[in-house]
Design a protein around this ligand. Structure first.
Ligand code: NDP
Length: 328
């Protein structure tokens, strides 16, 4: 038996508890990992609270990512003692996840933890930070360069937003951070934002086209914010869409795409191919300032993760919550 979070759903309702877990509960896999750190991402908040039906198998160990050490493996790529990380693949949704002392997964899903990162740092980055890097790489792939103009980052105080600001500023872009917490402006500037705007300027229903401003966008919010970001992107600019913190809808028009050649680039971290993941983690190892990462990281225990799930969904967490899985 080992300690972990377990989500159950039965006649008495939907519950997440810190409990002793029988290994028989774990999903099938050819690698068993001693988990050291996991994180609380937005999706983990949805799973732990049951606010949205992201969990599709019960009982479920939540946690869409983890870092740890291989305990046993029948997969040719991995042996006991290897330091590994995992992001996505339905882990914590359809396959038991990382918010427990042990995880059993497919070896094909794992990647080696870059030597640049401790197990804790890897999860301070977590899926949010790796997704931020996928957004940055998509901007680059579509040709957006620092000289092209400003990059808008929405949901700036969130996990994806915070890491995106650090990365883009480090790469020489002028970053404009959009937030609902203007009191955090100085913190966002310390991360690298050149300017901070109130998210209310983007969240109301807008016109099909507005004044051209952004060379690129990292949007974690969706809905009217994404529509307005597209409508105010410069000719030939690129909008990366990865999140739905403000809503899943997209009340937009085609005008930015057919009149300004704007590209809307979708970002998915969950099923991203292995080569892209490896590239993103390699870039994080070279391009992410560890001191700035630490400045947006707070560590919590496994038990505390349950309460923090609601706080996260309420938009009251800033930066990244790293979960020390061996601390209960
Ligand atoms: P966080 O909860 O850490 O951050 C979300 C941020 O969005 C908040 O901090 C807040 O920033 C802002 N926000 C919250 N509620 C609203 C609202 N109603 N309207 C506008 N802004 C709001 O989440 P993450 O950074 O972990 O994830 C961000 C989004 O990206 C989520 O929707 C998540 O599901 C998605 N995601 C998608 C991935 C993919 O593979 N496509 C992978 C990872 C995340 P502020 O206070 O600064 O305004």
């Amino acid at each position: 038996m080992f300690t972990g979070l377990l989500i159950t759903k039965d006649d008495s309702g939907y519950r997440t508890q810190l409990t002793q877990i029988d290994p028989a509960v774990l999903s099938e896999g050819d690698v068993t990992v001693a988990v050291e750190y996991s994180t609380l991402n937005y999706k983990d908040g949805l799973a732990i609270t049951g606010k949205s039906p992201v969990v599709r198998r019960f009982p479920m160990v939540p946690g869409i990512d983890f870092s740890g050490t291989v305990l046993s493996s029948t997969h040719p790529a991995w042996k006991a003692g290897d330091a590994v990380i995992l992001n996505g693949w339905g882990v914590g949704e359809t396959h038991t996840g990382g918010l427990a002392e042990q995880a059993r997964v497919k070896g094909d899903w794992l990647i080696a933890r870059p030597a640049a990162f401790s197990a804790r740092q890897a999860m301070a980055i977590g899926t949010a930070g790796y997704t931020a890097m996928l957004c940055v790489m998509a901007l680059e792939r579509h040709g957006v360069k620092p000289a092209d103009g400003e990059i808008l980052v929405t949901g700036a105080n969130g996990g994806v937003g915070s890491v995106a600001i650090i990365l883009l500023a480090q790469l020489g872009y002028r970053v404009v951070a959009s937030t609902g917490r203007p009191e955090a402006a100085e913190h966002l500037k310390a991360l690298g934002a050149a300017e901070v705007v109130d998210r209310a300027t983007l969240s109301a229903p807008g016109k099909p086209l507005g004044k051209e401003r952004w060379a690129g966008v990292v949007d974690t919010v969706g809905s009217h914010t994404l529509a307005n970001a597209c409508a105010t992107t410069r000719y030939g600019g690129v909008v990366t869409a990865c999140g739905l913190a403000g809503g899943m809808d997209l009340p937009a028009s085609v005008a930015p795409f057919i009149l300004r050649g704007v590209t809307l680039a979708g970002i998915d971290s969950v099923m991203a191919p292995l080569a892209l993941r490896q590239q993103a983690w390699a870039r994080l190892a070279t391009d992410l300032d560890p001191a700035k990462l630490e400045a947006v990281t707070n560590e919590i225990t496994l038990g505390e993760a349950i309460d923090h799930a609601s706080t996260l969904l309420a938009g009251q967490v800033a930066g990244r919550l790293v979960v020390n899985v061996r601390s209960h």
